[in-house]
Design a protein. Structure first.
Length: 388
């Protein structure tokens, strides 16, 4: 088999890239090791930056997103028993975020891709990637295949095969593992607040988010090795109620929990994001802690750079975009890493007994809520920087 771009992984990165390439008349094949049902049901974050929304609409897969996505113009920071609104849109010239589950984004991208006759193979096995020859070998429906490409896009997430196929010594990894994780639930209950609530409390961080007027998404900071079995639903609601409590008696609606899981918190980047003819994008190249809600948005930004570079290569024979791919992406990656680390450090209960830390966090939170300059800095990063 032959194609121009072999895409490994059908997450947001791989699928957005496929759509962009198709529109530019560039041929590609997408290989995914999981089943379609699995990737469409995997619950992940759900905050889309304006730029991500614009990209999805532009690709013709934004119809349901525009109908069902919840557009938010602000968020709440809660600490010391009181809430403080950050008016995101007012501070950023009208930009907003949209709440829409990542699995719906993936569902829409897959449906659009298959409807347009795109080549996407689920449940491929034993994928081998050769960065030098731009060759992917894989098993599908019991037969072994070889896919020869001009380039390979490694969009196979943090645990994929593309990054490890790069020889030792080429990549440098930068990593920080945080001493906490998030326990997340989806609950069948109307959101208790119209906007997201990022809550810093003595007992740890909590986040109130949502997926629809009927479904709430909530998170609790827990120990990194926490056993989910120790968290029956009643305990989760009780802990959420304690952390979110305000002096003026805010109430948290509860309801049946329909999904729960624990997500580790880490920051990770490899440099460069390219080796020979293999280009890494999204979680395959970097992970951000979920506090800034940036993972999906960063993945979409990477493949935007890659698609533009490939268009330039095929249309004009100009390789500049491909040559500078890693450098271009890494500028945004590190900006977003800093923002995600900053939000994480400001909002979580840090380990150890150092009484200095909570005082610093409190001072920073107050500053962000009182200073228009500080609030604008949070807001412009949160809604997504147009230029980095
Ligand atoms: N072969 C083919 N596909 C693979 C392989 C493999 N060996 N290994 C993993 N995959 C698939 C995964 O099953 C998944 O569907 O690659 C896809 C990677 O998708 P994501 O993990 O969603 O990563 P990405 O597309 O970069 O999107 C980033 O995902 O982790 C979240 O919250 C994060 O929002 C962020 C987004
Ligand atoms: C979510 O809705 O899943 C969500 C929202 C904001 C975050 C992280 C996750 O920072």
């Amino acid at each position: 088999m032959r194609t121009q771009v072999g895409i490994v992984g059908a997450g947001p990165a791989g699928l957005v890239l496929a759509h962009r390439l198709r529109r530019a008349g560039i041929d590609c094949v997408v290989l995914e090791d999981r089943a379609r049902e699995y990737v469409e049901q995997r619950v992940r974050a759900g905050v889309l930056e304006q730029g991500t929304v614009d990209t999805l609409i532009d690709l013709g897969v934004g119809e349901r997103l525009q109908r069902e996505g919840l557009v938010h113009h602000g968020l709440e920071l809660r600490f010391g028993g009181a809430g403080h609104r950050i008016p995101l849109s007012e501070l950023t010239g009208g930009r907003a975020i949209t709440l829409y589950g990542q699995q719906k984004v993936v569902e829409d991208l897959i449906a659009g891709w298959l409807a347009a006759g795109g080549d996407l193979r689920f449940e491929v096995d034993d994928v081998r990637v050769d960065p030098e020859r731009a060759r992917v070998e894989f098993t599908h429906d019991g037969a072994r295949h070889t896919l020869d490409c001009d380039i390979i896009a490694g969009c196979d997430g943090f645990h994929g095969v593309c990054r490890p196929s790069i020889p030792n010594g080429v990549l440098r990894a930068y990593e920080r593992v945080y001493p906490f994780a998030w326990l997340g639930i989806l609950a069948e209950v109307a959101p208790s607040s119209e906007e997201l609530v990022y809550c810093h409390s003595e007992r740890g961080f909590a986040l109130h988010s949502m997926r629809s007027p009927e479904i709430s998404r909530l998170y609790l900071q827990v120990a990194p090795d926490e056993d989910i079995e120790r968290w029956p639903d009643e305990r989760i609601w009780k802990e959420l109620r304690t952390r979110f409590a305000t002096r003026d008696g805010w109430t948290l609606n509860d309801g049946p929990v329909i999904e729960k899981g624990i997500t580790p918190m880490r920051s990770f980047v490899v440099e460069p994001m390219q080796h020979e003819r293999l280009y890494l994008a999204g979680d395959a190249a970097h992970i951000v802690p979920a506090t800034g809600a940036k993972g999906l948005n960063l993945a979409v930004a990477d493949v935007g750079v890659l698609a533009a570079a490939l268009e330039r290569q095929y249309r004009d024979g100009d390789a500049t975009g491909l040559e500078t791919y890693s450098q271009t992406c890494l500028r945004r990656v590190w900006r977003v890493q800093h923002f995600s680390w900053w939000m994480t450090s400001m909002l979580h209960r840090l380990s150890g007994d150092d009484p200095f830390e909570p005082r610093l966090q409190h001072a920073q939170l107050e500053y962000v809520c009182r200073s228009r300059a500080a609030a604008t800095s949070l807001a412009e990063n949160y809604v997504g920087l147009e230029h980095v």
